[in-house]
Design a protein around this ligand. Structure first.
Ligand code: ATP
Ligand code: MG
Length: 568
């Protein structure tokens, strides 16, 4: 797998990708009258950022070409499906910004028609009931280098097949006793064409059809027909279905005619560094308690991204940046973070918060006095206005913003040095108070220059550093959850057990951060830029009594510079 962004038939960037180009040309040539796509999740798991790529492609392409996209629940596999997933998928697609109108379909709503079409196949001699066991069918199928062998039941006559298939449906046989198979070609070099199974007997309760059915259609049979029934023109799926396309075309070709006639187009799935995307592995992470749930902010699920504070617009932007191609690629997680920063930089209000508090006493500021400082809500958006932040004699600053013995180029607070307190005054450090027993710094002391109040001419005086602060008397205590990547290596799926690669430091809980008082009323889902720290989002666990914030993403560029400066 190469590691590049959207390489392939048509590079990402200006101009449509190959799927869009093909749909546009089919429309222009009159091959299709309107473009109709579908997003076909199987309701057996929660959606992840890979699904977002498919959602953006299917819904985006249809919207761009004046067509429509259906939401289709591909619920042909009853034992693994749950209503909970249907609800979660609907919510996630809507949250991503897409609307399927009244075009919500379920493969299970077509069970009767699918059955009737299977009967038509039997009548034409294109399908037969096989009574080999699953193991025998597998053994008869052959290998990539060896042709398959025909089942002894392949020659069953139409009447016998019709009778057996009807009795399969009627529940006369136990699970696994018979299957319905397509009669195609046991010698085909494409194993998918070696008389694939179309129906199996399975006594399993279905979340929509209950116990009405004890035979269920296979994906490769149901999917093309659902496309055809819904009038899908471009059936877009991921590359692993490329070898199934001849079967797709066979099913479509045997039944019909269809107007429009659906065609399958494959594109490369999204793979992202430092995470896993397989449903099985995501489920394992949840079940084994490596994360708090499906919407743990470290999960690549849509629910996780939402909880972490990634805006839907950022996910759409990311999907358009990575493009659509026919070549598998591993996308750098930092590209998603880039899109998130870009979006939040435009939209997130700024606030001051101190994550690891250290007391700063402004000796020259009168005890009990409160000055309201004017702070800009979003320098990128003047319409966001300003707010007032209380300034008092006792403040919280970051422990990291003070050094008694500073390294070179440390431009924050150190004994004898000046620093600007954001939106307030220039202060000069006069010393520290230490615990006489342990030597631990209890508080830092300073004096302020009253002439340098923010906005005054003297405030323009040059000092090297600016730090943020929160008035101790007004501070709102909060829990802050700092997230890092869930896995240590770029490709956790490739290491022996992906669980061995879990990053033990992927979550750090800071129990007693100090927030400026304006953050007191913030509601779950609200995003902020904590100045100099990054973007944070109010977690659903948050209460008025105990606010909880998740770090969405750091201001990496700032930190990179800071670290550079400290090293240099
Ligand atoms: P399963 O193995 O259970 O089928 P799946 O990830 O394919 O898992 P589906 O619910 O079948 O899940 O997926 C719905 C749609 O999303 C399919 O069209 C699928 O191709 C697409 N999709 C799934 N994963 C990705 C991915 N990583 N990148 C792009 N598209 C994806
Ligand atoms: Mg699938």
């Amino acid at each position: 797998m190469s590691r590049e962004e959207g390489s392939g038939e048509r590079p990402a960037g200006p101009g449509p990708d190959f799927v869009r180009a093909r749909a546009a040309s089919d429309l222009a040539s009159g091959k299709v009258r309107a473009v109709r796509t579908r997003f076909p999740p199987e309701p057996n798991g929660h959606l992840h950022v890979g699904h977002a790529k498919s959602i953006c492609l299917n819904f985006g392409l249809a919207a761009e070409l004046g067509g429509a996209c259906n939401l289709r629940f591909d619920d042909t596999n009853p034992s693994k499906e749950e209503v909970e997933y249907v609800e979660s998928i609907r919510r996630d697609v809507r949250w991503l910004g897409f609307d399927w109108g009244d075009r919500e379909f379920y493969a299970s709503d077509r069970f009767e028609r699918l059955y009737e079409d299977a009967v038509r196949l039997v009548r034409k001699g294109a399908a037969y009931v096989d009574s080999l066991s699953a193991d025998e069918i597998r053994a008869y199928r052959g290998t990539l280098t060896e042709p398959g062998r025909e089942s002894p039941h392949r020659g069953r006559g139409v009447e016998e097949n019709l009778d057996l298939f009807a009795r399969m449906r009627a529940g006369e046989f136990p699970d696994g006793a018979h299957v319905l198979r397509a009669r195609i070609d046991m010698a085909s070099p494409n194993i998918n064409l070696r008389d694939p199974t179309l129906y199996r007997i399975l006594r399993s309760h279905h979340h929509r059809t209950g116990d009405a059915w004890c035979i269920y259609p296979m994906y490769d049979y149901a999917h093309p027909l659902c496309d055809a029934y819904e009038g899908i023109t471009h059936s877009i799926c991921t590359l692993e279905f490329e070898d199934h396309r001849p079967l797709y075309d066979w099913v479509i070709g045997q039944l019909g005619p269809w107007e429009p006639r659906p065609e399958q187009i494959e594109f490369a799935r999204l793979n992202l560094t430092y995470t896993v995307m397989s449903k099985r592995k995501l489920l394992q992470l949840v079940r084994d308690g490596h994360v708090s749930g499906w919407d743990d902010p470290r999960m690549p699920t849509i629910g996780g991204l939402r909880r972490r504070g990634c805006p839907p617009a950022a996910i759409r932007d990311f999907c358009s940046r990575i493009g659509v191609s026919k070549k598998d690629a591993l996308i750098d997680a930092s590209l998603l973070e880039f899109s998130v920063r870009e979006e939040l930089n435009r939209t997130a209000p700024r606030a001051m918060a101190v994550i690891r508090p250290l007391k700063l006493v402004v000796e020259s500021f009168p005890e009990g006095a409160v000055e309201e400082m004017e702070a800009v809500n979003n320098p990128e958006d003047p319409s966001a206005g300003t707010r007032r932040v209380p300034f008092t004699r006792e403040l919280w600053i970051e422990q990291d913003d003070f050094r008694e013995d500073p390294p070179k180029k440390f431009f924050r607070l150190t004994p004898g040095a000046e620093v600007r307190l954001r939106y307030a005054y220039i202060v000069k450090c006069t010393g520290v108070t230490k615990d006489p027993a342990t030597g631990e710094i209890l508080e830092v002391r300073c004096t302020h220059d009253p002439e340098t109040r923010s906005g005054s001419p003297q405030a323009a005086r040059k000092v090297k550093g600016t730090i943020h602060w929160v008035s101790a008397a007004h501070a709102v205590g909060a829990e802050v959850r700092l997230y890092d990547r869930l896995f240590r290596s770029e490709r956790p799926e490739e290491s022996g057990s992906f669980l061995d690669d879990l990053n033990p430091l992927s979550l750090e809980v800071v129990p007693d951060a100090k927030l400026e008082p304006s953050l007191a009323g913030a509601k779950p889902g609200d995003s902020f830029q904590f100045e100099r720290l990054g973007y944070f989002c109010v977690d659903p666990d948050s209460t008025d009594a105990r606010p909880v914030f998740d770090r969405t993403v750091g201001l990496r560029d700032t930190w990179a510079k800071v670290e550079q400066a400290q090293k240099g």
